[in-house]
Design a protein around this ligand. Structure first.
Ligand code: ASP
Length: 590
């Protein structure tokens, strides 16, 4: 129907007869001349209708926003002084000669340039209108370019694109499963994959050597910010490569992706051990654009007469840490109150601080509600350890190590943004040397990555001290976001059984849930490893979006529902009966 996209027309097209199809973005009546801004996926161009073509003119005049139209016309340069350098098509306009309304539109639920005035729910309910916004179209276009680049890169490097089942058994990745009842096997359920983890490992056993898939994953997680129940991974697995080789090839992929698509040089990625990331940044995905660091001061606080500090300082699982904000002494009481509330979200019960007004005057030069509890020599050692200068402010976290890390780690990022402390635009890194396991609140242990991750020690060593054993896992982090994570896998059955055992999975349960994997490990499983990138997060960062919902065509809400289709929905009793499912009576308040 069309010869050109609206957004593609340039000065070089002047004098061409063209046909456009698109949506009326805006209609303006300028003293007897009608201007229609016509929009399609590629952008907007101005079309002019003169009254001397009467029929055309009347039709154009009758158009309203979001009507779908077809225009034949002549591209011409805009009259001198009326060109618009802000618009890619701003040097030209189209003189409308033939005009057809292909479809009318009711007044849209929101004007495209007023999307901010309506709630996200309205945007999601009318997502097909929301996606007409040039900004959203640009995001989906980049997303498409990113997957095409990744496919080409991996294909050129010998990776095979292989699909794995969606109706499957549970794959533990730390979330709840979405279950699908089986009609043909009464009382049995499929689980949607939390990731293709086990299938990609089995593909290595089958000799496929290098696999990738742009795969949908499903996780029924508690509603944490910016998670989607279904999301997309760039899932990768290789045989006979060690962690350094896997990291090198995937780093190359990401570096070339950023350079080719958004002209960003990420440079070489540094590596940081997990322990250092937690100690210095309070996070396993540190945002290295922010120069602030956590500094442990527990040893200095062991004997102070201030329980809030001395308690955690003398507790094996406790931590007292300082976070110095250069020139932070100018923060107001009100600002500090806001930060105190903020760390409360992470369980911190307060936010002690010291303003360093005069670092040489330890008696009078430190302004703080808590400084009176600290002997002079502690004050001196503190300032020395944090290298605090006049005008600086030190925040403190004192609690369990977990709370201090989470609270100060988050505060560090918030301060970085609020006070504009970013030292660069992009800060990638690898986090390595993760522990295999972490303790759970009920006294057990759980895998930090997943139970198929290889430890960097022997089964005996792991058994002797499960909580200190390290894994061969690695995460790629960019600007404080985990872009991807993976590991070298366990490829020997005795090690896999040992890890299941340590995770308190009884032999029968091991067989029931993972018998097929344990079997496969017996039949010539090669050493292998891989990783998976979150495609949504990757595109979010590349487009500067602040949520993954902005780069997913039809995302779900925070409560895991689709406001457009009203999914999840109720189903007819007949359908439930076929599935042998009976819903429990709703418990109503007596
Ligand atoms: N399957 C893992 C995940 O979803 C990634 C990997 O280990 O390759 O996080």
């Amino acid at each position: 129907m069309r010869s050109h996209y609206c957004g593609e027309l340039r000065a070089s097209d002047v004098d061409q007869q063209i046909t456009l199809c698109g949506w009326v973005h805006r209609r303006r009546d300028h003293g007897g001349v009608i201007f229609l801004d016509l929009r399609d996926r590629e952008g907007i161009v101005q079309v002019v209708f003169d009254p001397d073509r009467e029929e055309c003119f009347a039709l154009a005049d009758s158009c309203r926003n979001e009507f779908v139209v077809k225009v034949k016309g002549l591209v011409r340069a805009r009259p001198a002084g009326t060109d618009n350098p802000e618009m890619p098509t701003g040097a030209v306009e189209v003189l409308g000669q033939e005009f057809e309304i292909l479809n009318k539109s009711e007044t849209p639920p929101f004007q495209l340039d007023e999307h901010q005035s309506v709630g996200e729910d309205v945007r999601l309910k009318y997502r097909y209108v929301d996606l007409r916004r040039p900004e959203m179209a640009a995001k989906l276009k980049l997303r498409s370019k990113v997957s095409t680049f990744i496919r080409n890169f991996l294909d050129q490097n010998g990776f095979l694109d292989i699909e794995t089942p969606i109706l499957t058994r549970a794959t533990p990745e730390g979330a709840r499963d979405y279950l699908v009842p089986s009609r043909t096997h009464e009382g049995h359920f499929f689980a949607l994959p939390q990731s293709p983890q086990l299938f990609k490992q089995l593909l290595m056993v089958s000799g496929m050597d290098r696999y990738y898939q742009i795969a949908k994953c499903f996780r029924d997680e508690d509603l944490r910010a910016d998670r989607q129940p279904e999301f997309t991974q760039i899932d990768i697995e290789t045989s006979f490569m060690d962690e350094a080789q896997i990291m090198a090839i995937t780093e190359k992929m990401v570096v070339e992706l950023f350079k080719s698509q958004i002209n960003v040089d990420l440079g070489a990625f540094p590596s940081m051990p997990y322990s250092e990331a937690m100690e210095t940044y309070g996070s396993d995905k540190p945002d290295l654009r922010i120069p602030l660091q956590l500094v442990t001061v527990s040893d200095l606080m062991k004997d102070v007469d201030f329980k809030v500090f001395a308690g955690p300082a003398n507790d094996l699982n406790g931590r007292v840490a300082g976070l110095k904000v250069p020139n932070g002494a100018s923060l107001t009481r009100k600002q500090i109150d806001i930060y105190t509330k903020f760390v409360g979200i992470y369980g911190a019960r307060g936010l002690a601080y010291i303003k360093v007004n005069n670092a040489v005057d330890l008696e009078e030069g430190l302004q703080s509600p808590i400084v009176k509890f600290l002997p002079l020599e502690v004050r001196a050692a503190l300032l020395d350890r944090l290298d605090a200068k006049d005008g600086d402010l030190i925040f403190f976290g004192a609690d369990s190590e977990k709370i201090v890390n989470e609270a100060l780690g988050a505060l560090r990022c918030k301060l970085g943004e609020d006070l504009n402390l970013m030292t660069c635009e992009w800060a990638p890194l690898w986090v390595v040397d993760f522990p295999m396991f972490e303790a759970t609140s009920d006294g057990g242990i759980t895998a930090i990555h997943h139970p198929f991750t290889a430890p960097s020690c022997t089964p005996e060593e792991l058994q002797a001290s499960p909580l200190t054993g390290l894994s061969r896992a690695y995460d790629m982090v960019l600007n404080g976001t985990e872009l991807g994570g993976g590991s070298i896998r366990i490829h020997q059955q005795d090690m896999q059984t040992k890890v299941f055992e340590l995770l308190n999975i009884a032999p029968e349960e091991q067989q029931e849930k993972f018998g097929f994997l344990l079997d496969a490990l017996k039949y010539g499983c090669p050493p292998h490893g891989g990783l998976a990138f979150g495609l949504d997060r990757l595109v979010m960062l590349m487009t500067g979006s602040n949520s993954i919902r902005e780069v997913i065509a039809f995302p779900k809400t925070q409560s895991a529902a689709c406001v457009m289709t009203q999914a999840p929905g109720i189903v007819a009793t007949k359908q439930l009966r076929e599935l042998n499912i009976k819903l429990r009576e709703k418990v109503t308040a007596e």
